[in-house]
Write a protein that binds this ligand. Structure first.
Ligand code: NCD
Length: 359
């Protein structure tokens, strides 16, 4: 049984197969309808969502399956103090597949450990958002032909944006050059940089302002300030002014470049750009449906991927607690801490749930 908790759960070859399947699903809708007949997807959304939940529900509906679930945690037993583990054991009896979004990093991994059906991470706190990562990589390939050697600038709140973390790791895996554009307090977190360096041998460039690098970029990926995850000492009002993409700045960008955004936007992406042919963000959100259709059909084993799974990560129990207060291991006491060794020379260990560095 396969889960999809981070991009690491699929090899590059498997990702490419999912992209080919998504192409077919877009082109031959009649062939694929009926593929998930009798299958039930549970959508457990403990955090707000429009695109992710609706596109999952649309995707399972287009395959003739059904969705059940909730979008408001107050209406579930979690509000009564039920743990992720118990929710997992129970929901697995009601559904063939679980899609979960939750505010704690590592929560989807815990759900996968306890559920007897495949689990898909739809965003776990500020950690990762791997289905958004797949959609973003696919959208780049559709417009630019490839990711390899393309220069991909990720701009905005890189510290707290899970979509940026998954995208950066995906770009590095497919050989793109990363440019991280953010004021210093919103730069990529240490765990992402460590993974990029030690696992993927990537050397991202850092910039403080989009105008410094815009002319070099093939992809300009903007994301919003993750106001709901900011520590109290950061003022969202002043932070929000730190970056904004508009038509004047885009005059300096390549004509062949593309603008992306996982959406929702707040005020970091001017509406005047919607008519710019380089704007790809609505196409990006539309790609959510075929990609999620292809992913679900693959995880349910209805269409076989040629398995080329990456080597198992070295994961071990660890008495040292994770230091991240937003990690699921800090929130639910029954979970044993585990570490993953991402490099042995020098020794680099991270929490297996939220990927924060351990010393
Ligand atoms: C993203 C998320 O939830 O992380 N939204 C999405 O799924 N498209 C990005 C965001 O909320 O900023």
């Amino acid at each position: 049984m396969r889960d999809f908790i981070t991009l690491d759960d699929l090899s590059n070859f498997e990702i490419e197969q999912i992209f080919r399947l998504a192409d077919q699903m877009k082109e031959q809708t009649a062939t694929w309808s009926g593929f998930c007949k009798g299958k039930i997807l549970a959508t457990l959304f403990f955090e707000p969502s429009t695109r992710t939940r609706l596109s999952f529900e649309s995707a399972i509906g287009r395959l003739d399956g059904r969705a059940l679930g909730f979008a408001d945690p107050a209406s579930s037993s979690i509000a009564k103090g039920e743990t992720i583990a118990d929710t997992a054991r129970m929901v697995a009896n009601y559904a063939d597949l679980i899609a979960i979004r939750h505010n704690w990093a590592g929560s989807a991994r815990v759900m996968a450990e306890y559920a007897q059906v495949p689990v898909i991470n739809c965003g776990d706190g500020g950690h990762s958002h791997p289905t958004q990562g797949l959609i973003d990589l696919y959208t780049i390939v559709k417009r630019q032909g490839t990711i390899q050697k393309k220069t991909i600038g990720i701009c905005g709140d890189l510290r707290y944006s899970r979509a940026s973390h998954s995208l950066a790791i995906g770009v590095a895996r497919f050989g793109g050059q990363l440019v991280h554009i953010a004021p210093s307090e919103f730069q990529m977190p240490e765990w992402v940089l460590t993974k990029l360096k030690y696992v993927y041998d990537a050397e991202p460039v850092e910039a403080g302002r989009i105008s410094e690098v815009i002319g070099d970029l093939d992809v300009i990926y903007v994301n919003r300030l993750q106001a709901e995850r900011l520590p109290p000492e950061i003022d969202p009002q002043s932070a929000q002014k730190a970056y904004q993409l508009n038509a004047t700045i885009m005059e300096e960008a390549k004509l062949s470049s593309m603008i992306m955004h996982p959406l929702p936007r707040v005020n970091e992406l001017a509406y005047e750009l919607d008519s710019d042919p380089r704007a790809a963000y609505f196409e990006q959100s539309a790609n959510g449906v075929p990609i999620r259709m292809a992913l679900m059909v693959s995880l349910l084993g209805l269409e076989h991927l040629v398995l080329t799974k990456p080597p198992e990560q070295e994961i071990m129990e660890d008495l040292q607690q994770c230091g991240n207060p937003n990690c699921i291991t800090s929130q639910e006491g029954y979970i044993l801490s585990k570490s993953e060794v991402i490099c042995s020379q020098p020794m680099v260990r991270v929490c297996a749930y939220c990927n924060e560095l351990k010393d």
